[in-house]
Design a protein around this ligand. Sequence first.
Ligand code: CP
Ligand code: NVA
Length: 330
Amino acid sequence: MNLYKRNLLTLLDYTEEEILYLLDLSAKLKDEKKNGIKHDVLKGKNIVLLFEKDSTRTRCAFEVAAADLGMHSTYLGPTGSQMGKKESIKDTARVLGRMYDGIEYRGFKQETVECLAEYSNVPVWNGLTEKYHPTQILADLLTIKEHYGYLKGLKMCYLGDARYNMGNSLMIGAAKVGMNFVACAPKELWPASDLVDKSIEAAKLSGGSVTLEENVEIACKDADIIVTDVWVSMGEPDDVWAERIKLLTPYQVNSKVMGYAKDTAIFMHCLPSFHNLETKVGMEVYEKFGLNGLEVTEEVFESNKSKVFDEAENRLHTIKACMYASLVNE
Ligand code: CP
Ligand code: NVA
């Protein structure tokens, strides 16, 4: 397996074998880190982290992973660079490609990360766009593999906004590795049909399946993994909250929903999550709509079925594996 110089823009570009290879590499690097075995094999290399949107996990994972690999990283936030304002993405890509060995991008448009990849001549990793969040899916798959010991044949049910980055990317990732994926959402929030078709094609190759379902009980029946995401994503206008709450309240992950799944089922969420009133946005939504907990209840989030912090930790190990695979020529 050789992923040297490869971009990670969407898991659509990766085969099942390549994804499994990245998961194995992540597990190896995780094990090494836990045992104090250094792997600073990329000493002297530099990466740049472009963030047009906020982040805790993705930014920290890239920075810590880069440091563990011996690399230096530069963070460029939404303000402070010329990108997009006085300088085009194409020109920015060509400048950064002359200075850095790799580029991470989190922002609005998938076209932007694709443009960076086309013009920079160095590996580009997608740290989230409106369409895809591939590094998150690798962390999710690693977490599932650690928990169950395998991936093929497991049933994953995603409840919520199924037409945005997490819904899209979980569908692709699950389909690629032979899982049975169900997107459970009102029709208005189903993934785009061309992406569903591509995922069904991938599932045919891997022995998995992809289904869209409006009914929560049918969708979650005998599921091994129940997963959700925020109802309003970064970059969406505030005025979508009212409609989203109306559409998605029946799709909240609560104890009743977990009860439809297998007794052994786990709960997953990429985070951040609105599960109580301890956030500014959670409080605002409570004052306006009277909801204490949105996409998941406090009870499920804090239950022993919840694997959300394992997922968060695995962002580090999987992002490290992506950079290692793209930058180490073995
Ligand atoms: N899950 C995730 O991408 O989290 P951040 O927004 O904190 O990076
Ligand atoms: N769908 C969410 C994911 C956050 C990691 C968003 O785009 O805000």
